[in-house]
Ligand binder design. Structure first.
Ligand SMILES: C[S@@+](CC[C@H](N)C(=O)[O-])C[C@H]1O[C@@H](n2cnc3c(N)ncnc32)[C@H](O)[C@@H]1O
Length: 159
């Protein structure tokens, strides 16, 4: 299975970079993982609604350049559907069985996802009604993908 994570902006914090590298290493047994970072737009304070939409649209355009035809797209969206880790694992497995071997996960920037990205997505996944910073979200997603593969393979993983 090929998993592509498309995120907005670079990960600046060293501790997050090392967590990401650890999960990349762990996941290499289970899938081919690529992480794509698109350049974030400057988002100063006091933007109008219209300016915020323009920023999300510009970031969305950059994201969608990496979404290839036939990719199954999971957009990380606070208002999306929440799944248990077991259900997430089942979802990954059934996507594989159905022949969806290219799965991409999209993490928005500080203002969130554009409407175009939402429309292109096949599934909107929420990790909770709380808002997480996009940099941390990448680590949380990687951990859940790793947990998902461990559950799928019936391998032990701490609860
Ligand atoms: C700082 S958040 C953006 C917050 C923005 N106000 C919004 O409503 O989307 C950056 C990105 O992290 C991801 N994210 C943050 N919290 C999340 C959650 N609880 N569930 C799913 N994705 C989340 C989303 O992809 C979001 O676009």
């Amino acid at each position: 299975m090929n998993i592509t994570i498309i995120g907005v902006g670079k990960i600046k914090e060293k501790y997050l970079v090392s967590a990401i590298n650890e999960y990349k290493k762990r996941l290499s047994r289970y899938c081919k993982l690529s992480i794509i970072e698109v350049v974030d737009e400057k988002a100063p304070e006091n933007l109008s609604q219209k300016q915020m939409e323009q920023i999300k649209d510009a970031e969305g355009e950059k994201i969608l350049k990496y979404v290839k035809e036939g990719m199954y797209v999971v957009a990380l969206d606070i208002q999306g559907k929440m799944l248990s880790s077991e259900d997430f694992s089942d979802k990954l497995q059934s996507l594989g069985v159905q022949g969806n071997s290219n799965i991409s996960f999209i993490i928005g920037g500080s203002l969130g996802l554009s409407e175009e990205v939402r429309i292109r997505s096949d599934f909107k996944l929420s990790f909770s009604p709380m808002t997480f910073p996009h940099q941390l979200m990448r680590v949380i997603l990687l951990e859940q993908v790793y947990r998902g593969f461990r559950i799928m393979k019936g391998e032990p993983y701490h609860k």
